[in-house]
Design a protein around this ligand. Structure first.
Ligand code: PLP
Length: 428
């Protein structure tokens, strides 16, 4: 049976009961390897003529349940669990780009992704062309014959300007490159594939887990990009792969469905780089996923209430949350964020850097951490932490002023969240 609603998908998709023990909860298959039935069976598995488990670096039944569930949640055909969100964004690009290639990315990115794109991938000969996403046409302008994909975040920190997914997806489809969306900050409330994205990236460390216990990442393949149609652009998927007895991925896996991208990521990148998710972490994410739609509703409702409260506070100069935006940004948010405006929120204190620091010191319930998407409320003062190494100019350009505070609003009772913010604002 297939399900349409996220609340049901997160509990039922991809797994019913353990085939040997009938366990209803997904077991933790803490094993490195799997006994082959015969030499023929082993040969078939390695040749991909039969699907099955070989070695946990490449696949694992607990990870598989998580992968199937998130693929169903996103409306994709398949997914791949990875060791972290960073591993997921690295794989997303390296599955398409080799030395000499380039890709176009929004400038509005998580700092770790920025470093990966601007420095580490550059060392490998892969160029990231950063463009301002406020004009979607900037993506088209940056393309040349070696451009392999577009990359962006749905709801990027700290500006929280929803990315123009539909507009950039239309350009991607016309040019023949996939649009890869990091949807870490907006699971359930946005399904990027519905709006034209081809690949979805997650740091499961954040909302998908929700409990703040495990680092993980995921790639989801929509199956909607036609790799063969744009054959010249994607030699890694359309030319014989010398590391897998000459397989042409867009052809070799056709009997399994439109899964060339995700299969290549698994059997080549995961095989060679080994950034796999542990079965124990996959189990943790399965537990988190079960309550994700409920939690997202609470995160969004609480953040909207906090946005309203802070907007009316005399010590606050400005509040950033999609519920408060107007004009084109609000139109876009209303069209895409149909289940809430997200749990992240930024605000600017009138009294600058010292007020920002003092505010964080005075918080009693909020945790002071460099994380987002936890069930607990979290806060950080970027000017003195995450963005302290930037020049004042670059910091401002990235949307972080001296008095800017980032909040990741949790699912505690709203009265307790507001009480902590109120007492901290009054104490500075
Ligand atoms: N993408 C976004 C939007 C993030 O916020 C983060 C981490 O903060 C990552 C990716 C990287 O994820 P991880 O910390 O799981 O490697």
């Amino acid at each position: 049976m297939t399900y349409q609603n996220p609340e049901t998908i997160v509990l039922h998709a991809g797994y019913r009961a353990d085939p040997t023990t009938a366990a209803v909860a997904v077991p933790i298959y803490q094993t490195t390897s799997y006994q082959f039935k015969s030499t023929e069976h082993a040969a078939n598995l390695f040749a991909l003529s039969e699907l099955g488990n070989i070695y946990t670096r490449i696949m694992n039944p607990t990870c598989d349940a998580l992968e199937q569930r998130v693929a169903a949640l996103e409306g994709g055909v398949a997914a791949l669990a990875l060791a972290s969100g960073q591993a997921a964004s690295t794989f997303a690009i390296l599955n398409l780009c080799q030395a000499g290639d380039n890709f176009v990315s929004s400038t509005d990115l998580y700092g770790g992704t920025w470093n990966l794109f601007a420095n580490t991938l550059k060392q490998l000969g892969v160029e990231c062309r950063f463009v301002d996403p406020s004009d979607p046409e900037n993506f088209r302008r940056a393309v040349d014959s070696r451009t392999r994909c577009f990359y962006a975040e749905t709801l990027p920190n700290p500006k929280l300007n929803l990315f123009p997914i539909k507009e950039v997806a239309a350009i991607a489809n016309a040019i023949g490159v996939p649009l890869i969306m990091d949807n870490t900050a907006a699971p359930v409330i946005c399904r990027p594939i519905e709006h034209g994205a081809h690949i979805v990236v997650y740091s499961t460390t954040k909302y998908l887990g929700g409990h703040g216990t495990s680092i993980g990442g995921l790639l989801v393949d929509s199956g909607k990009f036609d790799w063969e149609k744009w054959g010249d652009r994607f030699p890694l998927l359309n030319q014989p792969d010398p590391s897998y007895h000459g397989a042409v991925w867009s052809q070799a896996v056709k009997p399994l469905g439109p899964v060339a991208y995700i299969i290549r990521a698994r059997v080549i990148l995961l095989r060679d780089i080994g950034a796999s998710m542990s079965p124990f972490n996959a189990f943790q994410f399965i537990q988190g996923l079960e309550t994700l739609p409920l939690r997202m509703r609470a995160h969004c409702d609480n953040a909207t209430a906090v946005a309203k409260f802070l907007s009316a506070h005399p010590r606050v100069a400005k509040v950033i949350h999609p519920s408060l935006q107007d004009g084109e940004l609000r139109r876009r948010a209303d069209a895409i964020l149909t289940r809430g405006y997200g749990g992240l929120l930024g605000f600017e204190l009138k009294d600058g850097i010292e007020a920002g620091r003092a505010f964080i010191e005075k918080l009693k319930m909020f945790y002071h951490v460099a994380n987002i998407g936890d069930a607990r409320s979290l806060a950080i003062h970027p000017a003195t932490t995450t963005h302290s190494q930037l020049s004042a100019e670059s910091r401002l350009a990235s949307g972080v002023s001296d008095g800017y505070v980032r909040l990741s609003i949790g699912i505690e009772h709203i009265d307790d969240i507001l009480a902590d913010l109120k007492q901290a604002l009054e104490a500075i």
